[in-house]
Design a protein around this ligand. Structure first.
Ligand code: ZN
Length: 625
């Protein structure tokens, strides 16, 4: 009885699945439409050999139920999902659902990719109802075909997940899904549940990553974690194209001033140190040469695949292009802007991005002392400011020179015992390196504690002193101004005093970036604008306070959402000078120091140069920010 299962199934009228995988079907039938494809025409799996095994795992012949892909952009994964949809429509009709982040993306995908693809494959087009009469081949979001139904939904609408059960579920670009869809839970879980009724289900989840422990990072962790290994053309050992900044295997030269790439990019084999040219990857990646996916977490019942842009076929994005992007991001990162680096980590390296906010070491911080003696104002100073941290019976103050080019120099700092002492420090005339005399133009006094005394001090010194306060929650602007009112005999009186409510997280980020950048420049023996320095007698006590906090990340274990906040390294750490640093950073922004021009430069240029030239030099000067 058991020897002829095929025949008995046949007698029951059950048609067995044709033994064709999604990859084989694609090589036989798939045509890439000319309108929306970089390489229109016949699909060839050999062009992107790393996609073959993934397509096989998505095929009915494979027992795998869940396939998760963490990937860079432009590697062919969008078409891979289309191959699966079209193959099932053609050979294995069943309910199919695809979920994209938004309606707009879904509509675009249907119009530009899926519908033209259906029309280009006669056997599929014959099966889709109304494909010939209707311009959009059966509707953008729902396509009925012989034996099945395809539905295209979007992640931010609960309706997309209601009442449709599917054997093949595709969740595309899940990092752009919302954490929760209209109070019904995670759209990834809702999508996955669509296939519960099917024992032969296929769930395909893919995305470029975002943050560590984000949605796709966690899905990949919950899989057998495969990477694509290829034989080294020199020694034959199996290697991957890894991008690890701390242990870089890509070899290239660049100009350390401007971060311009000066050479070709090669890959150094970790086993034999042989250099691999980019053109060699075509052969290395082919199955015939022995390239294959290898699991780092073997035995897990979900498949996971990770692939970066360095695997892109020749003629797509090149190594030189990626490294140029990386160097550009590196330059921006050194200037305190990590957004480009985040983008390249996610979309090129297929790596989650982790902001690096370790606390600065106080030894490193001490490198920022310079030759200028305490109390002396450096050349190039645009304004002298002061910050005051108020305690129960004493104060911590700091006098800072804000320089052209947005640099800061700590002229003087210390502890004061009384308001009178503070007033004296604030009203002192400070002499400059060049003999000029400077007065404090603005002093920020923290009013979080002993508010009334602070207001009184500021009112009596209203030409210089302003009360400030840290904002609570997440403010929508770096600072806000409000009017100070007082209750006198039950009446609310406007005092005329302005209170600045500041986003301390914002200014801490800014100050931290400036300090880190200054240390880096110092270690490399370079100078630059937008740096931090302090006088020659600065002590370890000051350094300890200035490095007393780090940025901490709280991760919501359920959603993977990240929340970053500055916290003290130890609960008892004193951070008064760090707070003063934050206030002077705010004053620098309030006074617009970043945008001030050196008067002498303007004057000189007006005398000697035509207007057009002056403007272009000004642009160069400003581009340093
Ligand atoms: Zn080798």
């Amino acid at each position: 009885m058991s020897k002829m299962p095929y025949v008995s199934a046949f007698k029951l009228g059950i048609k067995p699945d044709p033994l064709m995988s999604v990859a084989e079907w694609s090589d036989n039938k798939r045509i890439l439409p000319s309108k929306s494809s970089a390489e229109p025409g016949r699909w060839r799996t050999s062009r992107t050999p790393y996609l073959k095994e993934i397509m096989e795992a998505l095929s009915p012949q494979s027992p795998v139920q869940e396939v998760k892909v963490i990937k860079a952009t432009q590697l062919g994964f969008t078409e891979l999902a289309n191959n699966a949809i079209l193959c099932y429509m053609d050979l294995y009709p069943c309910p199919i659902q695809m979920i994209m982040p938004t309606e707009k993306l879904a509509s675009k995908h249907s119009k530009a990719k899926l519908t033209p693809s259906i029309k280009s494959i006669p056997s599929v087009m014959r099966k889709v109802k109304d494909a010939k009469t209707k311009d959009d081949a059966g509707g953008s979001f729902e396509k009925e075909f012989d034996g099945g139904m395809f539905s295209l939904g979007w992640s931010n609408s609960a309706a997309s997940f209601a009442s449709f059960s599917a054997r093949l579920v595709i969740l595309d670009d899940v990092e752009r899904f919302p954490e929760d869809v209209e109070g019904e839970g995670s759209p990834v879980d809702l999508g996955r549940n669509r296939a519960d009724a099917f024992p032969n289900r296929k769930i395909y989840i893919n995305s470029t990553p975002k943050n560590k422990n984000g949605v796709i990072d966690r899905e990949y962790q919950d899989s057998d974690q495969r990477e694509y290994y290829m034989p080294c053309p020199h020694c034959g050992e199996m290697i991957t194209f890894d991008f690890n900044e701390d242990d870089l295997h890509f070899v290239f030269e660049y100009d350390e001033e401007n971060y311009e790439l000066l050479s070709d990019v090669r890959y150094k084999c970790e086993h034999c140190e042989g250099l691999i040219e980019e053109y060699q990857k075509t052969q290395m990646m082919s199955e015939e040469e022995g390239a294959k996916w290898i699991a780092n977490n073997p035995g897990h019942h979900h498949r996971g695949y990770k692939l970066n842009s360095f695997y892109a076929p020749l003629g797509w994005v090149s190594w030189v292009h990626i490294v140029r992007e990386y160097l550009k991001a590196k330059k921006a990162e050194i200037n305190g802007d990590t957004s480009l680096m985040r983008r390249i980590y996610n979309t090129r390296f297929a790596l989650p991005f982790e902001e690096k906010f370790e606390s600065t070491s106080s030894d490193d911080f001490m490198l920022l002392r310079n030759e200028i003696v305490p109390g002396v104002v450096p050349n190039d100073t645009a304004a002298l400011v002061m910050a005051i941290d108020v305690q129960l019976d004493h104060f911590w103050y700091k006098v800072v020179a804000l320089q052209y080019g947005a640099s800061k120099h700590t002229v003087r700092y210390g502890r004061a015992e009384s308001w009178a002492e503070l007033e004296e420090i604030m009203r002192t005339h400070y002499s400059g390196e060049n003999g000029s005399i400077y007065a404090v133009t603005m002093a920020a006094v923290d009013s979080g504690f002993k508010k009334d005394e602070v207001y009184e001090f500021c009112a009596m010194n209203s030409d210089v002193a302003v009360p400030i306060k840290g904002a609570s929650g997440k403010p929508d602007s770096p600072w806000k101004v409000s009017n100070v009112e007082r209750d006198i005999n039950g009446e609310t009186i406007k005092t005329g005093l302005k209170l600045y409510v500041i986003d301390t997280e914002y200014f801490k980020d800014m100050l931290y970036a400036q300090i880190e950048r200054s240390i880096l420049l110092k270690k490399e023996g370079k100078t630059g604008e937008n740096t931090f320095s302090m006088h020659s007698q600065t002590d370890a006590f000051y350094a300890k306070q200035m490095t007393s906090e780090h940025k901490h990340c709280d991760i919501n274990q359920k959603t993977g959402a990240q929340k970053w906040t500055w916290i003290k390294n130890t609960s008892k750490a004193d951070n008064h000078y760090w707070d003063d640093g934050v206030y002077t950073t705010f004053l620098g922004e309030l006074l617009g120091i970043r945008f001030l021009q050196r008067e002498s430069i303007v004057k000189k240029k007006q005398k000697n140069r035509p207007k057009r030239v002056r403007n272009s030099e000004h642009d160069d000067y400003m581009s340093n920010f």
